[in-house]
Write a protein that binds this ligand. Structure first.
Ligand code: HEM
Length: 399
């Protein structure tokens, strides 16, 4: 079968600029699709939510075989495989409970002054620029600065951490290029070593930060082992960074391309929180989650065999007119059921950082549009070419 004959072909050149017509075709023609490349793709809202809530696995060791199994098998052998995102119960339950102990809604709400200050400083740089790249000036640096500040990692390590986590994040999607897989494994090795050193330093220099709290975290007499601690901190860096870059970047693009909605937001700042939900729905910062069947599993009337790699199409579900109605493809920042999107997943692995992402999105996008009434796109958006963490790599604007 050639590329052009594939019913779902994410390698087409126009795919990353607008994947939504492709997802729509899948929802209408083959909503539980067995792909020739060896994975299954589920695209309707009801099926995606059922899949995420079902008792399926996330542990790569349960894959039956094939090239995807080979890529993810390497993950299974690494320290990173100890992150809660890659573990099933009972490990998942205890890891999540320990991290939740310190990563609380209250702790996140307390970050508002810090995030406000970081946003204001980014926007000061934007104001000086005339024509600027919003990814470089706001979307990219902000989430990294926030998670680094929260964890209390040494500033001297930030540049290298940023580079390495930018490579590691690519492990969240299927890779076919052996050079990319090798680069991911190298980055993981170096990051793991760096994180061990940082943790040792933090043990000697405790402070009022998340890393100190994670080192001390205890739940029912249980604690994180050293390797588990490294894996959760790496997860927080990776999960907390480029996801939010895409919320701010894709969100800004959506608003700039829908001037009526941008005007509505400027006129009604109280809509900012709902606007963030609608932007999360409209152009999902994380387009997919993955699950592995441990036994034959029926979804949408179709049986998927045991050991299969199943992609839950979050971005597709968010545009399903069966759930969001006939205007599912339109941006409407006052949409009443916007918050029922699945951009943060659903079920046991539902995003632990959702409150933090919402805070960052609301402050960054809300302040951006109110501070710059003449903000407009000034050139072509360049997409980052990623299938899962799909977002803009370049977003030129004038203020
Ligand atoms: C899990 C999306 C920001 C931490 C997830 C999952 C999704 C997601 C879809 C579930 C994956 C699955 O079902 O397998 C997002 C989006 C974000 C965002 C769209 C930004 C707009 C953050 C931030 C943090 C974070 C800021 C923390 C600093 C986590 C963690 C998990 C997770 C720890 C794993 C939860 C588990 O396995 O139990 N995220 N995330 N995320 N996210 Fe986020």
């Amino acid at each position: 079968m050639t590329d052009t004959e594939l019913l779902f072909n994410p390698f087409l050149p126009d795919f990353d600029a607008d994947p939504y017509p492709h997802y729509q075709r899948m929802r209408d023609q083959d909503p539980v699709h067995e792909h020739p490349l060896g994975f299954w793709l589920v695209t309707r809202y009801d099926d995606v939510t059922a899949l995420l809530r079902a008792k399926l696995s996330v542990e790569s060791g349960n894959l039956a075989g094939g090239p995807i199994a080979d890529q993810f098998q390497q993950l299974e052998d690494s320290t990173r495989a100890l992150s809660m995102l890659d573990r099933d119960p009972p490990d998942h339950t205890r890891l999540r409970a320990l991290v939740t102990k310190v990563f609380t809604v209250k702790a996140i709400a307390a970050l508002e002054p810090m995030v406000t200050d970081l946003v204001d400083r980014s926007l000061d740089r934007v104001a000086d620029g005339g024509r600027v790249d919003l990814i470089d000036e706001l979307a990219f640096p902000l989430p990294f600065a926030v998670i680094s500040e929260m964890l209390g990692t040494p500033p001297a390590d930030h540049e290298r951490l940023r580079e390495l986590s930018g490579t590691l994040v690519r492990s969240l999607e299927v890779q076919t290029d052996p050079a990319v897989i090798q680069a991911i494994n190298d980055a993981e090795f170096e990051l793991t070593e760096m994180m061990r050193d940082i943790i040792e330093w933090k043990r000697a220099n405790p402070a009022d930060d998340l890393l100190t709290a994670l080192i001390a975290a205890e739940h029912d007499g249980d604690r994180l082992t050293e390797d588990e601690l490294v894996a959760q901190v790496l997860l927080l860096y990776v999960a907390g960074h480029e996801t939010t870059v895409n919320l701010i970047g894709n969100g800004a693009i959506a608003l700039l391309r829908n001037p009526d909605q941008l005007a509505l937001l400027r006129a009604t700042p109280g809509l900012a929180a709902n606007a963030v939900e609608e932007l999360l729905r409209y152009d999902s910062p994380v387009q997919q989650s993955r699950r592995i069947t441990v036994a034959p599993h029926t979804i949408g009337g179709r049986e998927i065999p045991a050991g299969a790699f199943v992609i839950a199409g979050l971005a597709s579900a968010n545009r399903d007119d069966r759930h969001f109605g006939p205007d599912a493809n339109d941006l409407r920042i006052d949409r009443a059921d916007a918050r029922t999107h699945v951009s943060f997943g659903a079920g046991p692995h539902h995003c632990l950082g959702a409150a933090l992402a919402r805070l960052e999105g609301r402050l960054a996008l809300g302040k951006l549009v109110t501070r710059f009434p003449n903000l407009s796109l000034d050139g072509d958006v360049a997409w980052n070419g990623r299938l899962n963490l799909r977002g803009a790599a370049k977003l030129p604007v004038t203020v």
